[in-house]
Design a protein around this ligand. Sequence first.
Ligand SMILES: O=C(O)c1cc(C(=O)O)oc(=O)c1
Length: 295
Amino acid sequence: MKDEAGRIRSWTLDPSTPHFMPPPGAVDAHCHVFGPQADFPFSPAAKYLPQDAGPDALFALREKLGFSRNVIVQASCHGTDNRATLHAIAVSGGTARGVAVVDPAIGDGELDALHEGGIRGVRFNFLKRLVDNAPKDKFLEVAHRIGRLGWHVVVYFEADILEEMLPFLAAIPVPVVIDHMGRPDVAQGPDGPDMRAFRSLLDSRADIWTKVTCPDRLDPAGPPYADFVTSVRPLVEAYPDRVLWGTDWPHPNMEKVLPDDGALVDVIPLIAPTEELRRKLLVDNPMRLYWPDEA
Ligand SMILES: O=C(O)c1cc(C(=O)O)oc(=O)c1
């Protein structure tokens, strides 16, 4: 949906109330903010120009969905200017933390300031439709410099480059979180080539985590996202201590079929069928990674 200024809205203004109620203290561990543009302009290199989706709307949605905390991941439209993300964290009253995107030339003092502002990781984005370049050597230098802060790395790539990503991922000296499971083709099922390759990545070291997110991106059939559920539930059951869940609100680039956040929350009990799995997915795991001081 585009307004007169050509700015896209990729989220619904009227999500349903989910049937599933998250456990107390649940964390939406993958979401973003856009702007507001008047205060935090988008990057000149942004590949999409969204309408404002600031912290007020994010925290109102969180309330409606029954979550307690957010992990705000710097969206590509803001480039390496993390001010919108930091602002949202600052006004959250301690209920949000974040993942930044940084210029590899960033100084140690600036990294310290990001930590002070609630950042706990950096994101490396390899999607050509989102970023112009992804310099692995520079990213590795950054990865080596964030260990002292106790941070991790979040990596976003698609299944077709998983193989070529392996040496890079193996060389990262801090924990690694893979966004949206590296976007497998969920129509292949849990034993298809994409999921098998992804599992062997998870098996390659004990500190690779993943976000079991984005049925809306990965399963075009829509709710109740049967292929997504069939493929992802065995992953949650096999790696219960290394999975995270998030809405992905405001769903960058999903303007054609606006995802219903309530329907996304209702996928949770289908991929995490026991109370224990849900507590790990929604509370224990994200707390360990983002609020280790409280976990
Ligand atoms: O697939 C996407 O379009 C997308 C984009 C962004 C971003 O622009 O940062 O983040 C995501 O998690 C997913």
